[in-house]
Design a protein around this ligand. Sequence first.
Ligand SMILES: [Zn+2]
Length: 262
Amino acid sequence: MERRRFDLELLSITVMILAVLDLCLIVAHPDDECYGTGGTLAEYATKGLKTGLITLTKGSSGRSLGLCSQAELPEFRAIELQNSVNALSISNFVQFEYPDAAPATRDSSHKDDAPALFLGGLQDFIPEATARVLALLETWQPKVVMTFPPDGSNRHPDHIASHQIALAALEQGGHLARGTRVYGFANPVLLNPDWADTWKPPTHFRDVTPYLVPKLRAIAAHRTQALSTVGFLERLPERIVTETFRRLIPAWSEDEVIGSQL
Ligand SMILES: [Zn+2]
């Protein structure tokens, strides 16, 4: 009996050790994992480190580009996301089914630039989603978490909600007190003068040139989001080769030296 208890304790300790993730990404949409951080995720996997991804919505309000019907889009995008996860060799992956915010109008040339008005979406499910992320993090125990910055990078309400969910779960689970570091995506340039009051520049620049092949495979997996890819390449081509982040927790101090190590 004593021996059995010892074995079980050893097993649970082993499971905990195996579950520790080196890097975990918490984002709103299928495709949020690839543009700004695909190279870093691929680099971690190549080096034998464990990565995780929580995608909070199905992205059902996005474009289908005629590749499927709008009703088929959530499952179509789930397959695209799984292909991206495979390309990036992500160790632990979970997708939730929350709805994403629907744009009141669709301007095909500025999808990510200036979301004038979005309705519903993830912002309506913050407490419930936080509890589920909290439960996952309990098992995953990530050393580093990446998510959107407080303004969602582009003020998209799902991006802002994903930041709030990630931070609330980390706080409630005691991860921040235990030293988990949190980084936000950070655009190296101010994309829209209306966002100047919340934009904060990157503190970490990561050259991901050696990992461009898996990153580009992950981007290409999202066929229905080809216009988002074109938009990203038009506005932020430098972030394809150099991924840029800002350390949010512990808060960045201006006398620190800009780095690359997360
Ligand atoms: Zn997004």
